[in-house]
Design a protein around this ligand. Structure first.
Ligand code: FAD
Length: 474
């Protein structure tokens, strides 16, 4: 029974109710209001109605209905994004809440893949695979208690274990996608109805890639097939401190290039370490930057040896062994690690990708902005951290925490300068959303975005999926 009764005023209410039943469709403003935000401060249009499909057939029927009536449709996962990606840009949209599609369809041990419905949350998937003796490569964004597999792969999320395995989309073998026509396409080896879902690249071009990071503009992902690996039970952890960010960055780059770690995280200055792990550097007054390294292996000796090599690299770059508290905490608190940071206030984040050697360059610009605006004197804390990603780039996570509503205007001024500095120093955001859209669209090469629009027009001629996304913020 629906707790909040639908208002039944949206023009598609009756037809949507006929598809999914009364309990999974709602246009009451109480519900709509809850669906009008994700986990950041940015705002756009409210959805006109929310519908929760439970099967691919229901998604097909909803999409066909929206196509027929030319009604915009916006897919949403956990709505845990921190860039406003899942918020509709036009009024009256049908928001497709995918979280009831959360089953594990198949663990295919022959070819080491798992196929899940797109609304499954990362934390649950990891837990269920662990029980069967497997692990994922990329293990979900730091918000993976709430974020879904479909949401993350639709916006190129980066997070746990990206240091070894790359972003969320790197682990995808195949998508099942409902297109604007209502037809279902299966990418990767799924083009062949007689084949198992074992490979992403086969026979044709990489169709999986077209839907990776599409921000829900090209179709609705209903299933995702991901690579899996044997569970690895042996860990070693190591924290290393450096007097200068330059030394820390050189060591960080070398460790990341050699691919030793499951996860490698750099905290660029004392203030960032203090915000994350209060008091941790108390006994090390000379240390300004540090990295936390996590090795996970199927063999204890292998794990030990890798940590010895990481230590050698750190010491070669004038590093100091700080033990392993920060790295153990970082890994064991997976998905709960960053939530307590909300105690410092609301996040204004700047998530992006960049080459590792550019970290000191961007930090000089950022520290100058903080100094100019007297950030710490204004009681605004920050964290600047970098996650080693794939072979040798970094995910920059430079976030300021706004403690009170009154400080928001001031914080936004600082944050906008930070976003400019980050973009000017060769960054590429991993997701875009309202957060980055204006800056990205100002910069993008024309043939690139024109090609995107040709694909969009071919797949979604009436522009029903997430209209206005990639065209500029409100
Ligand atoms: C505490 C915290 C920590 C976080 N840490 C990280 C982090 O480390 N890394 C990171 O990348 N992000 C992080 N985030 C942001 C967020 O968790 C991730 O971006 C996550 O991947 C979003 O998934 P979601 O299911 O909530 O997607 P949503 O926010 O619901 O949607 C994201 C986008 O995907 C589209 N979409 C959703 N489902 C589908 C589908 N089935 N088919 C097609 N399109 C779809 C939406 O239209 C939207 O464009 C964090 C957030 C919080 C609050």
């Amino acid at each position: 029974m629906a707790i909040v009764k639908a208002a039944a005023t949206h023009q598609l209410y009756g037809e949507l109710k006929a598809i999914v039943g009364q309990e999974r469709v709602n246009d009451n403003q109480v519900i709509i209001s809850a669906y009008s935000k994700d986990a950041c401060h940015l705002e756009a249009e409210r959805p006109g109605i929310v519908v929760m499909p439970k099967s691919v057939e229901e998604v097909q029927d909803i999409v066909r209905l929206c196509a027929r009536s030319k009604t915009p449709i916006v897919p949403a996962g956990g709505r845990n994004g921190i860039c406003g990606a899942c918020l509709p840009r036009v009024p009256n949209a049908v928001m497709l809440d995918m979280v009831k599609m959360d089953r594990i369809i198949k663990i295919d041990e022959d070819v080491m893949t798992v196929t899940v419905e797109a609304g499954l949350r990362w934390a649950e998937l990891i837990h269920r695979l662990n029980e069967k003796g497997y692990k994922l490569g990329f293990r979900g964004p730091y918000g993976g208690n709430v974020g879904t597999v479909g949401g993350s792969t639709s916006i190129n999320s980066i997070g746990y274990a990206a240091s070894k395995y790359g972003p969320s989309t790197e682990g995808v073998v195949s998508f099942e996608v409902v297109l604007a026509s209502g037809n279902v396409v299966q990418t990767g080896t799924g083009w062949n109805p007689d084949a198992q879902l074992f490979g992403r690249y086969s026979t044709f071009f990489d169709m999986t890639g077209i839907f990776s990071g599409d921000h829900g503009t090209l179709g609705v992902k209903t299933k995702v097939t991901l690579k899996i690996y044997p569970k690895a039970d042996y860990y070693t952890y190591g924290d290393f401190g450096f007097k200068t960010l330059e030394d820390a960055t050189e060591a960080f780059l070398e460790v990341q290039k050699r691919g030793f770690t499951e996860e490698l995280n750099l905290l660029v200055d004392r203030q960032s370490t203090e915000t994350f792990f209060p008091g941790f550097l108390g006994k090390h007054p000379e240390i300004n930057a540090m990295f936390a390294s996590i090795v996970q292996e199927t063999d204890q000796q292998l794990a030990n040896r890798k940590m010895e090599l990481i230590r050698e690299i750190a010491l070669k770059h004038a590093g100091k062994d700080l033990g392993n508290f920060a790295s153990q905490m970082h890994w064991s608190e997976m998905f709960n690690l960053v939530q307590p940071l909300y105690n410092n206030g609301f996040w204004l984040n700047t998530c992006h990708l960049r080459p590792i050697p550019t970290i000191p360059i961007v930090m000089k610009r950022i520290w100058a902005i903080f100094k100019k605006h007297k950030l710490l004197e204004n009681d605004i804390k920050y964290i600047a951290s970098c996650l080693g990603s794939e072979r040798a780039y970094a995910t920059g996570w430079i976030t300021i925490f706004i403690p009170t509503k009154e400080k928001m205007e001031y914080g936004l001024k600082v944050w906008n300068e930070m976003l400019d500095a980050i973009m000017d120093t060769g960054a590429c955001p991993y997701w875009m959303g309202l957060l980055w859209e204006d800056r990205v669209l100002k910069k993008v090469r024309k043939p690139f975005i024109d090609t995107y629009w040709k694909i969009k027009q071919a797949l979604d001629p009436d522009n029903i999926f997430a209209p206005e996304v990639f065209r500029g913020g409100p």
